[in-house]
Ligand binder design. Structure first.
Ligand SMILES: *Cc1c(COP(=O)(O)O)cnc(C)c1O
Length: 399
């Protein structure tokens, strides 16, 4: 490999086994739950796991997962990575692995709904308190820190309204307050943003989205310092048990081979769709970080090298009826959840539902969400189809 390989080269070549004559150029998935071992080789407890221990049981580690973990660490410029069965398995393993009863978490008030619900409903049962703040405002993060704050978790861009957090600013605030920072970079991808370089302690991904890219496998990962990842493996991966299936790891490796060209096309198609939507008379607002119309475009330009393919738009009125019409009339775009897949996906997220069931915001935070989202957002994961076909599909369904 060159001294400083670019991200497209890393996505293809980092972490692969050594080249040997006769070895397969594409390593096959190692579909095994256990490995031949020897009483002298490894202890039975996770606590006995040594860094150089041979493979033993796939919940501890597996050769296919090793390749993916090395590749993700290289792409994020981190020392080590751990893969999990899903993005939620990764986030919950990190939060429950790092925080104990009496600890406090600061969380973006707009983030993946499952993470917000974890903070509201599950963490308090374990004695962990959480404050949801507008992490787009670094001063709000600083004000939320308490002496027992151990972790600040932000998502940028945030699902579903593409709000951004200034990672470098929040990393400095967290460090000052004696807390660690984790960044959910699922939407940005390693091609767009490098949170560790900007001062984050952990990067979290739902591999389900852009990284695997084809909508056929769930997966998650945490990337960070080696000693932290070792503790996370022993405490959270092995004992909570949310290990990634080797076949899904292999599908993810296959998806990663085209991450760079896919992200370039996701971005250029999103740019075309954003311009179409911004000019549409029924559209109230459209949010995509790559557009000068995005209220945080200057931050996006500083922090993102690729603006990704997720956008959100809201309508002036009649959103619920429009959602039904879109679900029935779209022919190229699929009305379905998830994002980051080759095919375009669209899903309507009503503001009342999200505020009531997931975010549970009040006062100024509720007003800020309503301001961004209107009655509800149509989240579009812009895929790799021809941009003209996507525009024509949306145009006929919106009219
Ligand atoms: C999808 C998603 C998650 C959860 O990932 P799963 O793989 O569905 O468990 C977490 N964060 C973000 C930003 C997501 O989009």
């Amino acid at each position: 490999m060159p001294d400083k390989p670019g991200p497209a080269t890393l996505a293809l070549h980092a972490g692969e086994p050594p080249r040997q004559v006769g070895a397969p150029v594409t390593p096959p998935p190692q579909l095994a739950s256990s490995f031949f071992t020897h009483p002298a080789a490894i202890g039975f407890s996770a606590n006995d796991l040594a860094e150089d221990a041979p493979h033993f049981y796939t919940r501890w580690g597996n050769p296919t997962l090793d390749i993916l973990e090395r590749k993700l660490a290289a792409l994020e410029g981190g020392e080590a990575a751990i893969c999990f069965a899903s993005g939620m398995a990764a986030v919950s393993a990190l939060i429950l692995g790092r925080l104990s009863a009496g600890d406090h978490l600061v969380l973006s008030d707009v983030c993946y709904a499952g993470v917000a619900e974890l903070a509201h409903d599950i963490l308090p049962r374990h004695g962990i308190t959480a404050t949801l703040v507008d992490s787009a405002d670094p001063a709000a993060v600083a004000a939320a820190l308490q002496p027992n704050t151990r972790l600040v978790h932000v998502e940028t861009p945030a699902n579903p309204i593409l709000k951004l957090t200034d990672i470098a600013a929040v990393a400095a605030i967290a460090r000052e307050g004696g807390a660690e920072l984790s960044v959910d970079s699922t939407i940005a991808t390693p091609l767009g943003t490098q949170p560790l370089e900007l001062g984050a302690d952990y990067v979290v991904h739902s591999l389900t989205k852009y990284i695997s890219g084809h909508g056929d496998a769930l997966g998650g990962a945490v990337i960070g310092r080696a000693e932290r990842m070792e503790a996370l493996r022993k405490q959270s991966l092995i004992h909570f048990g949310g290990a990634l299936a080797p076949f899904n790891a292999w599908l993810t490796l296959r998806g990663l081979e085209t991450l760079a060209p896919r992200m370039a096309l996701h971005e250029s198609n999103a740019r075309r769709l954003e311009a179409f939507l911004a000019a549409h008379p029924k559209v109230r607002s459209v949010l995509w970080p790559g557009s000068p119309r995005h209220p945080q475009h200057a931050l996006a330009q500083r922090q993102m090298r690729n603006f990704s393919g997720l956008l959100a738009f809201s309508l002036r009125s009649g959103s619920a009826e429009a959602a039904t019409r879109l679900a029935e009339r779209l022919k190229v775009i699929s009305y379905a959840v998830s994002l980051g897949k080759t095919k375009s996906l669209l899903f309507y997220i009503p503001t009342e539902d999200l505020l009531r069931s997931s975010f549970r915001l009040e006062g100024a935070q509720e007003a800020a969400y309503r301001d961004w989202a209107g009655e509800g957002v149509f989240r579009v994961s812009v895929g790799l189809e021809d941009a003209e076909d996507l525009i024509a599909d949306l145009a006929q369904a919106l009219d």
